[in-house]
Design a protein around this ligand. Sequence first.
Ligand code: ADP
Ligand code: MG
Length: 327
Amino acid sequence: MAPLGEFDLIARYFTRPVRRAALGVGDDCALLDLAPGMTLAVSSDMLVEGRHFVSTVAPERLGHKALAVNLSDLAACGARPLAFTLALALPAADEAFLAPFARGLLALAERHDCELVGGDTTRGPLTIAITVFGELAPGTALLRSGARPGDDLYVSGLLGDARLALEVLRGRAAAPGEAFARIRRAMEEPEPRVALGRALVGIASSAIDVSDGLAGDLGHVLRRSGVGAVVEVDALPRSADLAAQAEALQRECLLAGGDDYELVFTAPVGRREAVAGAARAAATPVTRIGRIEPGQELRFVDAAGREVSGPATSFDHFRPDPPASAT
Ligand code: ADP
Ligand code: MG
């Protein structure tokens, strides 16, 4: 088989008929016509081999995850996905990698009606950088800065499985085969909460997606909003696989896990019915896990209301000994 060149590779794997864009892959720029008066939401996330994923991950799942982490940022703002660009560094034009990678990537893109409209391709250590574009009505974006004292605090889905899978891979925890398959999937194939984020527009007072661990990401909301919070650790939603682990490991995974891609959000107490309605409309489970308080402290309590200690730090790429594979 003749080696695949850069432009053959782009044509074969990353060029699809244009749907909504005015112009897609193939020219110097892609062109997107926005609906009149709408605001453009833009976010970028990069995945680097050895940093964000292990070399043994199935390429199809890697394609999925690379877009999922970007769609998760749109979800956290309540934006509707429109399009994305893909900047790719590849060690080689390996079709055994590219075919499943593109399949996983474009399957998720299709489900969210988010078109691949352009990118860049170069040789180099495996790196995947995506920029997503979404739209929302002006002034409606869910921001980190809107939490107010008294607001309820919620999280979608389940927390901690991705971190548990990482701990099993590192040999620090054990999980039976079927359980490992489930938690590994949570780590490698997260589902971005796009429908929930959009349903929460006009209801939630603030939101963020959990990429670096609940405690750290909630901390961003608290700082931007100038408030504190209390989180009830026993109320944090967890899978049966995580619940089977030792208590200390559970808390570590729940609070400092990372790679969850769930939404953490706040809403006034008077909007509980509306939050429940949004969760139903998005077919996404939502759990109330605490409340926003005056001050600037993040406190953790157990079911009996006793204070418990939180995690020491959350994920930071430039601190020594990173604890997780967070984005
Ligand atoms: P330029 O020289 O203008 O940077 P390129 O030769 O890099 O253009 O790319 C040619 C076309 O292919 C452009 O439309 C670009 O957006 C698109 N493209 C390049 N790499 C990718 C990719 N990985 N995925 C999608 N589109 C890509
Ligand atoms: Mg280029």
